[in-house]
Structure formats: structure tokens, C-alpha cells
Design a binder for this molecule. Structure first.
Ligand SMILES: [Zn+2]
Length: 202
């Protein structure tokens, strides 16, 4: 049984710095018929559980702690008994949404998460958020970038806890060094590839 990628989107809001925006978020589920990991837990736990089905959730992997990516992470943990993984540099962002709860496992650069016979490698890519992480699935030929890299370029860096030069450095050193045909599954919007974004950013 080989690993596959399932996907849904949820709709809701993103709030930071006193502003609230309507957003659609991607949720990525990597696994087989027996087990899976969930990448990001925005807005709506029922929609996520519909994709999971009766599979065991091994981990809830957070690309970063903006509220539109982690809002239902504790609820999903409660429903599935799966641990929440987050890079500790996003603690100040996490506590804006979940002041009385913590995640379970600190993510570190290079960390390997195994699921359904395949591996995800965590890439610490600060910039959009200090604890932003991408997950490279080499055997599946793809990378899950959260809000670090979109179809159309780097993620936003205009708000608190973010930095433009840092995100560009992260993208150049951690993402543009992956094979050019690597499919980029983003936190919002359409897929792209490493090669296409490399050509666009120059
Ligand atoms: Zn974000």
C-alpha cells in the first residue's frame, strides 16, 4: 500500500494585528488506507475528519501557527488522539489563538516524520512566521509549503512576526534547492512547482 495525498479546503477567517480577512485554506492529508498525517488544521474539524475517515491520525503537522492554520488543532487532537507538531519559534504566534493549550511535539529542521511507508522531512523556513516549516515528501515528489511559498511567489511578510529578507533566504536555501519538478502544495490556492517559482522569482 503506497502513500497518497488527499486534500480539502476550509473557509473562514485569518486575524492578526487587529485585522480580519476571509480566507480559504488547504488541508493536506498524507497516508494510506490505515494511517495518515494531517498538514494544518484550519477552521473546521468536521471537514478534516471527513478526509481522514476511519484512518489512524499519526500527527497533526502545523506549517505555522497563524490562526487560520491551527484554530481547530486542539479539537482535532481531541477527536483523533494525535499529537500536534509545531516549530517552537512559533510559540508567540500560537498563544494568540490558544493561550491556555500547547502543542505536543517540537518540530526541528531536518526532522523526519514517517507515515504509510513514506517520509516527510521538516524544513525550517522562517520569514512568514518565525516557526514556519515546510514538509518535503521526496518519494512523493512534492513539498507542502504552508504560507512560505505560493503559486505566484513568497508568502506575506507585512504583519507581526514576519520578515521579507528572511523568507526569501528560506525559499532560496531550503526550497529552491529541491528538484525543479517538485510539486508545491500550498497553504492557500493552487499548486505550483519549484522550477516555476524559481523562474518567477529570478
Ligand atoms: Zn500564515
Amino acid at each position: 500500500m503506497s502513500a497518497r495525498i488527499d486534500h480539502t479546503t476550509t473557509s473562514g477567517t485569518f486575524s492578526l494585528d487587529g485585522e480580519t480577512h476571509e480566507v480559504d485554506n488547504n488541508v493536506w492529508v498524507v497516508g494510506d488506507d490505515h494511517e495518515c498525517v494531517v498538514i494544518d488544521a484550519p477552521h473546521d474539524v468536521d471537514r478534516i475528519l471527513a478526509v481522514v475517515g476511519d484512518r489512524r491520525v499519526k500527527a497533526i503537522l502545523c506549517t505555522h501557527a497563524h490562526d487560520d492554520h491551527v484554530r481547530v488543532a486542539p479539537k482535532l487532537r481531541h477527536e483523533t488522539q494525535a499529537p500536534i507538531f509545531l516549530h517552537p519559534h512559533d510559540h508567540p504566534v500560537w498563544e494568540l489563538t490558544h493561550p491556555t493549550e500547547l502543542w505536543d511535539v517540537d518540530l526541528a529542521d531536518g526532522q523526519i516524520i514517517e507515515v504509510a511507508g513514506t517520509r516527510l522531512r521538516a524544513l525550517h523556513t522562517p520569514g512568514h512566521a518565525p516557526g514556519a516549516v515546510c514538509f518535503h515528501a521526496e518519494e512523493l515528489g512534492c513539498v507542502f509549503t504552508g504560507d512560505t511559498l505560493f503559486n505566484g511567489g513568497p508568502g506575506a511578510t507585512g504583519r507581526s512576526f514576519s520578515d521579507h529578507d528572511t523568507i526569501v533566504e528560506s525559499i532560496r536555501t531550503k526550497l529552491f534547492t529541491l528538484p525543479e519538478d517538485t510539486v508545491v502544495h500550498t497553504g492557500h490556492g493552487d499548486d505550483t512547482t519549484v522550477g516555476a517559482e524559481k523562474a518567477a522569482l529570478g
